[in-house]
Design a binder for this molecule. Structure first.
Ligand SMILES: NC(=O)c1ccc[n+]([C@@H]2O[C@H](COP(=O)([O-])OP(=O)(O)OC[C@H]3O[C@@H](n4cnc5c(N)ncnc54)[C@H](O)[C@@H]3O)[C@@H](O)[C@H]2O)c1
Ligand SMILES: [Zn+2]
Ligand SMILES: [Zn+2]
Length: 389
């Protein structure tokens, strides 16, 4: 089959690789009808994710038609149309039973490496390095889905691929980011990053009752889309983010702040941002947490900082003094996608949201290598790429 494979920093190729096979009775194989490129894939593309190997098939936002099921899988049958969560979870372990699917203790076959880095291993993920299971990803013609009797959600035929594909990741992720904020009537939520994840955080914040959303980015078309979703926007290259948020919140700070940027924050003129660049370039640091620092400073006393942008290692100069003295709450996670699927599918069916609003580019798998570059460089108005193998 054809698949998008990683061959080093900035080097994605359309390769021919062996077709996936059923390896366990609970597996299913799906023929991919639509897949997307995520901001998390850009961390791989940019070479900041450890333990990638040449030829790894990547991609974790995938849906398609079931073409084969394992002998022990009673939940799916050939012909079912499903969306596959990016988090691989057994559905039965200590964590899965509590709804913490992205903490599944059975889906990462090589837990030792993750334990060494993080203390404990999270769940395995599709197409996301050998640290997280080394599973082949879904930017491919076919995908093997482990624990397929518990993860994938069947979708009704009345909804198009483009309306449901993002249930695999970015819609639940943005929603979780807003849910973490425990939004009360009258709340103002500040959101850093108007990429696809930030866009879903903005809309979810309003779905959950926020009165105002202040969205921060610098890319014009992303700010425009944020305003279309009801947010007031702020360009971090044109304005002082802290000062403006102070102004907009009567000097108190935002009730909750969502970091939907993560480890690869764009450089700003600030000293901390320059220092992050130097430290990561010289292997003295692992992440560039400029946005997290800013989100902490901009959050009101006893507010919540919700972190959905991904970080990898040991964050430097995070102002914990500000956080503890002012009673901040931190919430963060790789999204336990399965937990959100039924509720969010219902919201789509009821017409409360049509997730296809973020799509700017539709293409074939063969266009993938070029589109990785376009998406990374935010060229050609690119906000979200969907490919049809
Ligand atoms: N927690 C999860 O389970 C989960 C799931 C999906 C994605 N993610 C993460 O969410 C983040 C966003 O993903 P995406 O697909 O939207 O990616 P993206 O790269 O398209 O968007 C990031 C946005 O942040 C903006 N940005 C950069 N520096 C900024 C700054 N200093 N202030 C404000 N905005 C800034 C960029 O201009 C860009 O628009 C990534 O880190 C990704 O890995 C997490
Ligand atoms: Zn993702
Ligand atoms: Zn589990």
């Amino acid at each position: 089959m054809k698949a998008l494979c990683w061959h080093g920093k900035g080097d994605m190729r359309l390769d021919t690789v062996p077709d996936p096979k059923i390896e366990h009775p609970r597996d299913a194989i799906i023929k991919v009808t639509a897949c997307a490129i995520c901001g998390s894939d850009l961390h791989i593309y940019n070479g900041v994710i450890p333990r990638m190997e040449h030829g790894d098939v990547i991609g974790h936002e995938t849906m398609g038609e079931v073409v084969e099921v394992g002998s022990g899988n009673r939940a799916l049958k050939v012909g079912d149309r499903v969306v596959v969560p990016f988090t691989i979870a057994c559905g039965e372990c200590f964590f899965c039973k509590r709804g913490f699917y992205s903490g599944c203790e059975r889906s990462n076959p090589d837990m030792k490496a993750a334990e060494k880095l993080w203390g404990h291993s999270p769940a395995g993920l599709f197409g996301y390095s050998h640290l997280l299971g080394g599973y082949a990803g879904g930017q491919a013609e076919y995908l093997r889905v482990p624990f397929a009797d518990s993860g994938p959600i069947k979708v009704p035929s009345g909804l198009s691929d483009e309306q449901v594909l993002f249930l695999s990741d970015i819609f639940p992720t943005g929603y979780m980011g807003a849910e973490f904020c425990d939004i009360q009537r009258g709340d103002t939520i500040a959101i850093w990053g108007c990429g696809p994840v930030g866009q879903f955080a903005i809309r979810s914040a309003f779905l959950l009752g926020a009165e105002r959303v202040i969205a921060v980015d610098t890319v014009p078309e992303r700010l425009t889309l944020a305003r279309a979703g009801g947010a007031e926007t702020l360009d971090f290259r044109q304005e002082d983010v802290y000062d403006r948020i102070q102004e907009l919140t009567k000097g108190r700070g935002a009730d909750a702040c969502i970091d939907a940027v993560g480890t690869e924050a764009d450089a700003t003129a600030s000293a901390d941002s320059v220092l992050d660049r130097v430290k990561t370039a010289t292997f003295m640091g692992t992440d560039r947490p400029h946005v997290l620092r800013q989100a902490i400073h901009c959050c009101r006393n006893f507010g919540t900082v919700s972190i959905i942008g991904v970080y990898g290692g040991f964050l430097d100069k995070v102002p914990m003094g500000s956080a503890i003295n002012r009673g901040l709450t931190f919430r963060m996670a790789q999204t336990p996608v399965q937990r959100y699927l039924p509720g969010l599918l219902r919201r789509i069916e009821k017409g409360q949201i049509d997730p296809s609003f973020v799509i700017t580019h539709r293409a074939a798998l063969a266009d993938g290598p070029d589109l990785y570059k376009t998406f990374r460089d935010k060229k050609d108005g690119c906000i979200k790429v969907v490919m049809r193998p």
